[in-house]
Design a protein around this ligand. Structure first.
Ligand code: NAD
Length: 486
């Protein structure tokens, strides 16, 4: 039987075993509009029931020897490596991504599992000076209990796995709610990996669904911490709910990321990086290069080179034609949003240098010039294959324009001078900056996260994970049984 055979998961949710779901929904392939299968969705009652099972199973897992937890996670990594072709096919068809993006995503998920397995043997606290001689004074990290994970559809496997793997590694149980558009790549795959790896029952619940299921996860009293990856608008709602219920919420949100192109850089290489940053996965990445901020003296050469690259990129169904560079946009609502932003920006005075059109779900890679900071393509996160170019006169203006957004996820700077690049990197108000690269970068062991409307200060990454998925407990202890004046 195949690893992802539909008979295993269709119409079901997961909690160590597959359970008949209260709701069933059709998964649609964005490239064709055709059905791919019938997913099981949860509801509020299912979240309550499975979170209770998780809470009951968690203490034993939290107390298990680190090597026991690491062993399960290593086995999940081996299982992933054994089934990459089948998993990649689901990512390609469910998210509309090209094969290379699916392979890249699987590689990232594998790295997350390896890092999580190594996390179990990292120090779990510190020894403090004793206030009274011979008393132990410790701060130790303990798991939250049950962690809720809510992930989007664009990189569903990695964005679920980057929370699930470290949360389990440090001894939590997990309730995972994948996006309703990608219940297999973002849910079933992760459930199957840990099922095959022998994770004890009740430690991982996978409950696909929409906003109602997501809010049930955030508000469930047994879920003590939530990691949410998605839009800033929904992130605000999740943050409000988590605040009301007094639980920690890690919010990884939208971006409108700038790449600054200085007058001393290699324009050909910069245009290649710019095309990759704006068009990879049709621009549907939180780290997508959403604004190209270019010094006037090189702006025309840069725009021409970028437009030339955009015009060369084939767009189409990535499952049936392996040669395409861009696949479909995830849904009709999103393609309308992209086109609305392009149309309004052109209406406000910008020029189309490439693309600007679409057919069905396929949007042409688009380059807009003469974009100013008031225009929608500058202000909004487009989440589509659109590269808006804004001209600036000097470095100071470049920094000011790059920072003129409520978002703060990532930025890039292209320059022939490392000193110049580093000086600018220090002035950009983002969680991540890459000098002489583009904005789409992720490493399992580097701190990933944003500032401002891009997040609330949480950082993914191996050492950060040990802190983020646990809380500190202060313990004092001594043989002497202390007494007091009364
Ligand atoms: P979205 O916010 O609409 O949905 C994300 C997830 O939240 C989905 O699982 C969805 O079902 C769920 N959800 C929706 N309403 C909810 C609610 N009221 N309560 C709880 N959960 C709810 O995001 P999207 O538009 O599908 O994804 C794209 C967005 O995600 C973009 O803004 C992108 O920048 C962002 N993103 C950020 C990162 C990051 O690491 N910073 C990574 C990928 C995507």
């Amino acid at each position: 039987m195949k690893f992802l055979d539909a008979s295993i998961w269709e119409g079901k949710i997961f909690n160590g075993t597959w359970i008949t779901a209260p709701v069933s929904a059709t998964i649609v392939e964005p490239a064709t509009g055709e059905p791919l299968g019938q997913a099981g969705f949860g509801d509020v009652a299912a979240v309550d029931a499975l979170a209770a099972v998780d809470a009951a199973a968690q203490p034993q897992w939290g107390d298990a020897a680190p090597e026991v937890r690491a062993g399960v996670i290593r086995q999940a990594a081996r299982t992933l490596a054994d089934h990459t072709a089948e998993i990649a096919e689901w990512i390609v068809r469910e998210t509309g991504s090209v094969q290379g993006k699916a392979d890249f995503e699987i590689g990232l998920a594998l790295a997350e599992l390896h890092q999580a397995a190594a996390l179990v043997t990292q120090p779990i606290g510190h020894v403090l000076p004793a206030a009274v001689p011979d008393r132990l004074n410790l701060a130790i990290r303990v798991p939250f209990g049950v962690v809720g994970v809510i992930a989007p559809w664009n990189f569903p496997l990695i964005l679920g796995m980057r929370s699930v793997a470290p949360a389990l590694a440090v001894g939590n149980a997990v309730v995972l709610k994948p996006d309703p558009q990608t219940p297999v790549s973002g849910g079933v795959v992760i459930a199957r990996l840990f099922q095959e790896a022998g994770l004890p029952a009740g430690l991982l619940s996978v409950i696909p669904g929409g906003a109602d299921v997501g809010e049930a996860v955030v508000t469930n009293p047994r879920v003590r911490m939530v990691t949410f990856t998605g839009s800033s608008a929904v992130g605000r709602r999740v943050g409000e709910l988590a605040g009301r219920h007094l639980k920690r919420a890690a919010l990884e949100l939208g971006g409108n990321n700038a790449m600054i192109v200085l007058d001393d850089c290699d324009i050909d290489a910069a245009s290649s990086a710019g095309a990759w940053g704006s068009f990879l996965h049709q621009g549907q990445i939180c780290m997508t290069t959403g604004r190209h901020i270019v010094m006037r003296s090189v702006a025309e050469r840069y725009a021409a080179a970028l437009a030339e690259r955009a015009q060369r990129l084939p767009v189409g169904d990535p499952f049936r034609n392996k040669q395409v560079a861009l696949g479909p946009i995830i849904n009709a609502r999103q393609i309308e949003k992209i086109h609305r932003i392009v149309t309004e920006t052109v209406g406000a005075g910008a020029k189309v240098r490439a693309g600007g059109t679409y057919e069905k779900q396929f949007y042409q890679p688009t380059v807009l010039t003469e974009v100013t900071p008031e225009m929608p393509a500058f202000r909004e996160e487009i989440f589509g294959p659109v590269a808006p170019i804004t001209i600036v006169e000097d470095e100071n203006e470049a920094v000011r324009v790059a920072n003129a957004t409520e978002y703060g996820l990532v930025a890039a700077v292209r320059t022939g001078s490392l000193t110049r690049g580093m000086a600018i990197a220090r002035r950009l108000k983002t969680g991540m900056v890459h000098v002489n690269d583009q904005t789409v970068n992720n490493l399992s062991y580097a701190p990933f996260g944003g500032t401002g409307a891009s997040g609330n200060g949480f950082r993914f990454g191996s050492l950060s994970n040990g802190e983020e998925f646990t809380e500190l407990r202060w313990i004092t202890a001594g043989d002497q049984q202390l007494s007091y004046p009364f």
